[in-house]
Design a binder for this molecule. Structure first.
Ligand code: MN
Length: 242
């Protein structure tokens, strides 16, 4: 089995025995989805030593950048606006270091939710800090239904790898209040919602840079929706090819 690195969240525990303690953690759905696609997930804890991150990635055949809090807008040249959520300097630094190292090593990279935003910002793009304050976007992107429930549709961009894999249109879950504003150079939009929010992106040359990302949470849907399991299967295949 090939090892797939999973980025961790740096969270304060709400469990009564560990109340307020910091934890490097990941939702179990990521673990189950990677395992289900034939990969062996390796949680890479939040660390500020680049050499340690490099060593962990050297053991991996691919990297998944997982979801979490907002990125600090300072990383894309903006000041924090009302509506920005919680940010973590430690996690921003860790995620940006992981992405840069994995890209330099030529590893396939799959960004999910925050992970997509990290990739876009690392590559010079920018974000909307809070979709609720952007009147052009009419759809509800922060659903109240459970994480394993779908909530809105997305249209895949003809000619993209994601379109080849998923077809013209699929339904997804949606747990984001931020989104990509300016797409980074070297990438194409591979899915949008009906109100024009960028819902997926991929490297323009996927043979050279195996980098793709989605704004929804496919890991919560792999047990019930074959197309979401196919997305993980596709990424694991990219990693196996190297
Ligand atoms: Mn959405």
């Amino acid at each position: 089995m090939i090892l797939i690195g999973l980025s961790a969240s740096l969270d304060k525990s709400g469990d009564k025995h560990w109340e307020g303690l910091q934890q490097s953690r990941v939702n179990q759905a990521y673990v189950d989805s990677v395992l289900g696609a034939g990969g062996l997930p390796l949680l890479i804890p939040v660390m500020d030593k680049k050499e340690a991150l490099r060593t962990a990635l050297a053991a991996c055949s691919g990297l998944i950048l997982t979801g979490g809090q907002d990125m600090s807008p300072l990383h894309y040249g903006q000041e924090p606006e009302k509506g920005l959520g919680e940010v973590s300097e430690a996690r921003d630094d860790y995620d940006l270091a992981l992405y840069g190292l994995a890209k330099d090593m030529g590893l396939p990279i799959f960004g999910i939710c925050r992970g997509m935003q990290v990739i876009n910002v690392a590559e010079g793009g920018s974000l909307y800090q809070d979709l609720a304050r952007e009147s052009t976007f009419k759809l509800k992107h922060l659903q109240e239904a459970g994480r394993d429930q779908i909530s809105h549709s997305v249209t895949l961009t003809p000619g993209s790898r994601l379109h080849d894999l998923l077809g013209d249109r699929i339904q997804v879950n949606s747990f984001h209040h931020q989104a990509i504003r300016d797409l980074a150079g070297g990438f194409r939009v591979s899915a949008t919602s009906d109100d024009g929010v960028i819902e997926a992106m991929e490297a323009l040359d996927m043979d050279k840079e195996k980098i793709l990302a989605v704004q929804w949470h496919p890991e919560e849907l792999t047990k019930t929706r074959p197309e979401m399991a196919a997305l993980f299967g596709y990424f694991i295949q990219l990693c196996e090819k190297g």
